[in-house]
Design a protein around this ligand. Structure first.
Ligand SMILES: Cc1ncc(COP(=O)(O)O)c(C=O)c1O
Length: 495
């Protein structure tokens, strides 16, 4: 029987349509870069202590330079080291993996590797196994949803969260509303986009005694790079809150010690930490907090026993009760490989490199001025590296002070093979505060849109103001040349 024609838009299989042209990327040996690099080292001498990452750039991340990519979207996702994939492929090619929900030899093999990966996650974050468990999920969003849909909200309970949150945390409010609980947002203060501690205390004081109170915040903002204090965890818990820490943007370049800090729930995605594999995240949860959750259903893998005729079921003990269906059992071992890799590099080394490069970028960006003296960019978030990560969000302005559409910036960046991000990065609260969009304006747009609104309609509605920004973020494989190339690109907007 002849095969039907392939859909015309679907490329046929064959060589990966990857990155065909090879361009020579800038290096610190280039005369144009050398002077800037020397000035950078004078300003950030500790960068020299991160030189092992330059060696890894050649051995593990050669693809970036081979294809001339300036990758600046580490908050979107990290890039993987060559050896991670190699080691994983060796494991998969040599092993016979069975579905883990059984006790036959191949199933036991998978089960053992999954158990090792769980133990490795706990070890990596210093989490005592008697206090914390690891639930493998598809990503951070899935981990957050598990908490949201299972948290025992009742009428009068409260879900408290910072304005600064990813939509995957914001979305939990839809679960609490179904149960008659209340959602409250703690505001942040522009321009630093940090939370005022006294205001937070007022909100924390509203926990319902003997009720269920959930407080969620990001360890690091995916919008502004702000790092919110870990001290909030205990402060909130003392006042009756369970604390959900969104660590997705924080853990790729900062150490998280769950022996020192004790959030009830932690959500993360592994591809953000080490690029490979995608499709796996974790909910790391205290056993005591997990015991409070009420799963809204049961599924294969989550029960110890279920009956059709008796119409009853019992959930499995521990993490299994939260892992619906078959876990990603050939890829989960790659999490252990990735964590081992990151540990061998040293999160502290990555952190220091990111701090130096971010500091330099901030210094240079804030100094850029048009010929008439007007600033070229506006920064959203902290101006120094204190309590902030390597995520830098800005807008560009022309000499008359009009914002330059971020879509145009992205278009030009793409032409330079610079991968950055534009829009609101799924963090509307931070975006609305940073960009000065009022509640009335936004409500008006939703009202006038009727049943449905596309992002472009929203942009048109918020007339004259930018509805988004440009985000660059640095990470494990970033070098000085990447940042230098980006800064040269930015300078191209000077008038
Ligand atoms: C702070 C933060 N939380 C949650 C997420 C959601 O992660 P994922 O899309 O992997 O589920 C992201 C993704 O960018 C993030 O930056």
């Amino acid at each position: 029987m002849p095969m039907p024609d392939a859909h015309p838009e679907v490329p046929s299989t064959g060589p990966v349509p990857a990155h065909p042209e090879t361009v020579m990327p800038a290096t610190v040996e280039d005369p144009s870069v050398r002077d800037a690099y020397a000035a950078f080292l004078r300003a950030y001498p500790s960068y020299a202590g991160t030189a092992k990452l330059d060696a890894l750039r050649t051995s593990e991340y050669w693809r970036l330079d081979e294809y001339g990519h300036v990758y600046l979207d580490y908050t979107g996702g990290s890039v993987h080291a060559d050896s991670q994939v190699r080691h994983h492929m060796e494991l998969v090619r040599a092993g016979v993996f069975g579905n883990p929900h059984s006790s036959n030899p191949t199933s036991s093999f998978s089960t053992e590797l999954i158990a090792r990966a769980r133990a490795c996650v706990l070890r990596f974050f210093g989490a005592p196994p008697e206090e914390y468990g690891v639930i493998f999920t598809a990503n951070a969003t899935h981990a957050l949803k598990l908490v949201g849909e299972s948290y025992p909200f009742e009428a009068g309970d409260q879900f408290l969260l910072t304005f600064d949150n990813h939509n995957s945390v914001n979305g939990i409010r839809e679960f609490d509303r179904v149960h008659g609980a209340r959602t409250s947002y703690v505001p942040m203060l522009p321009p630093s986009l940090r939370v005022d501690e006294a205001t937070l205390d007022v909100f924390l004081g509203t926990a319902r005694p003997d009720g269920h109170n959930l407080f969620a915040y990001p360890a690091q903002s995916n919008f502004s790079g702000v790092q919110h204090p870990f001290e909030w965890i205990e402060r909130a818990q003392r006042r009756g809150w369970d604390v959900l820490l969104d660590a997705a943007a924080f853990v790729p370049t900062n150490p998280l010690d769950l022996g020192r800090w004790h959030p009830d729930f932690v959500a993360l995605s592994f591809y953000k930490m080490f690029g490979y594999p995608t499709g796996i995240g974790a909910l790391i949860a205290r056993w005591s907090a997990l015991a409070k959750l009420r799963r809204p259903w049961f599924a294969g893998g989550t029960i110890s026993v279920a009956s059709v005729q008796a119409d009853r079921y019992h959930l499995a003990h521990g993490a299994a009760a939260f892992e619906d269906g078959t876990v990603n059992y050939t890829n989960i071992p790659a999490v252990e490989i990735g964590l081992d890799y990151l540990e061998s590099v040293g999160v502290d080394v990555v952190h220091e490199r990111v701090r130096c490069l971010t500091g330099w970028m901030l210094d240079r960006l804030l100094a850029m001025r048009h010929a008439n003296g007007r600033p070229l960019i506006r920064l959203y978030g902290p101006r120094s590296t204190r309590m902030r990560g390597g995520t830098v969000t800005i807008n560009f302005y022309d000499p008359e002070g009009h914002v330059i559409d971020h879509a145009l910036v992205e278009e030009r960046a793409t032409a330079h093979k610079i991968s950055l991000r534009t829009g609101c990065f799924c963090n509307p609260g931070a975006g609305e505060l940073a960009l000065g969009l009022s509640r009335d304006e936004i409500v008006g747009c939703f009202r006038s849109a009727g049943d449905h609104m596309e992002y472009e309609d929203f942009r048109r509605c918020i007339d004259g103001k930018s509805t988004g920004a440009v985000r660059v973020s640095v990470g494990i494989a970033t070098n000085f040349a990447d940042v230098h190339t980006f800064l040269s690109f930015v300078r191209g907007f000077l008038g």
